[in-house]
Design a protein around this ligand. Structure first.
Ligand SMILES: [Ca+2]
Length: 349
């Protein structure tokens, strides 16, 4: 073998080895070259992940076409790839973009739906050039087999940062992995339903919200009332308060937002709940803009262990037996709220 041949051979071997060790591309039509009826093949979700108007662009980085992702001044809009069933592992998505700003991420699809808050995982906002292609990369790890949609958010206008919503052009999209891959089997939906007896602690509720899966289900959470924001007894008859595991305002505080009283009853009086009461609340866990909450449409299952009978409150007056509140403290006739007399519960209005 002469020197040139030998060098060529080494070069070819290097190329082969390089190709063999390269990560497998998991997307098809990441270059946006194939279109049908105005849709780039594979670039449409069957759930709510796809929300932006898109169109074919001839301003391509490679090949003939790229995709234009329309912006909207009032709403964040998303480009999404179709659902992918992925194995546990670390994934790297990358693409090139022009425009104003984009935010790479992915959406977790459970039973064909995405939780509007906890279901979306985003990286930071990336500022683009209007004329040059910017490489955007985002690496994420899935702890378990998960059905996801890759998404790119095209953000709305933001008066604080003086950002004006701008159309984005995207090309050469890629998803690779070294330890994961496409999973033929769909991940079973996570069922987090429980019973009053197995009510979650506030710490566990935080974990579940963090994990972001199965949050459509209503669950029981037990905690002590640590702060009361509002008991609204005029129009909506609900209350907003915090519960924590230790009953103090230190540490994790789960907000019980616009909740009803025991069994879904209205709140009629401020003193129906008190700081220190141990409550089991039934409702939906949610990450609302970074706040961990039990969503509205929740209700108290029990206060200090009291559940039954409170829904069937009798309105009765002029009974001279000693009266107690639900915490067992003696109260006088002027006391407003639920009182216990002769072992029966009444509502003093
Ligand atoms: Ca292309």
């Amino acid at each position: 073998m002469n020197k040139i041949l030998r060098l060529s051979f080494i070069a070819v071997m290097a190329l082969v080895c390089g190709t063999m060790s390269a990560q497998t591309e998991l997307l098809e039509n990441g270059g946006f070259e194939t279109w049908e009826d105005g849709v780039a093949t594979n670039w449409e979700s069957s759930n709510s992940a796809s929300s932006a108007k898109v169109s074919q662009s001839t301003d391509a980085r490679t090949g003939e076409f790229a995709i234009l992702v329309k912006s909207d001044a009032k709403y964040n809009k998303r480009l999404a790839y179709k659902e992918l069933n992925l194995k546990a592992g670390t994934y790297k998505m990358s693409f090139y973009a022009k425009g104003g700003q984009v935010r790479p991420g992915y959406a977790i699809s459970v039973n064909g739906t995405i939780d509007s808050n906890a279901g979306y995982k985003y990286d930071k906002y990336i500022t683009l050039s209007a004329t040059e292609w910017t490489l955007v990369e985002y690496e994420f790890t899935l702890e378990a087999p998960t059905t996801i949609n890759l998404v790119v958010m095209n953000p709305k206008s933001n008066s604080k940062t003086k950002y004006t919503a701008t159309d984005a052009i995207i090309d050469d999209f890629s998803l690779t992995t070294t330890n994961g891959g496409i999973d033929g089997t769909v991940a079973p939906p996570l069922d987090i339903t429980n019973t009053p007896e197995t009510a979650y602690t506030v710490a566990k509720a935080f974990e579940l919200i963090e994990a972001g899966q199965g949050l459509k289900a209503k669950v029981y959470v037990k905690g002590k009332i640590s702060a009361i924001t509002e008991v609204e007894t005029e129009n909506f008859f609900n209350a907003t308060y915090n519960i924590s595991d230790n009953g103090t305002t230190e540490g994790q505080q789960l907000i019980v937002y616009h909740g009803k009283y025991i069994g879904g009853a209205n709140f009629e009086s401020d003193d129906q709940i008190n700081i220190g009461d141990e409550v089991i609340v039934y409702g939906q866990l949610v990450n609302f803009k970074g706040k961990y909450e039990i969503n509205s449409n929740n209700q108290i299952y029990s206060i200090n262990g009291v559940t039954a009978g409170v829904q069937n409150i009798t309105v009765e007056q002029n009974v001279n037996a000693p009266a107690f509140n639900l915490a067992g403290q003696r109260v006088n006739a002027a006391y407003k709220g639920i009182v216990v007399k002769n072992g029966k519960k009444f509502l003093n209005k």
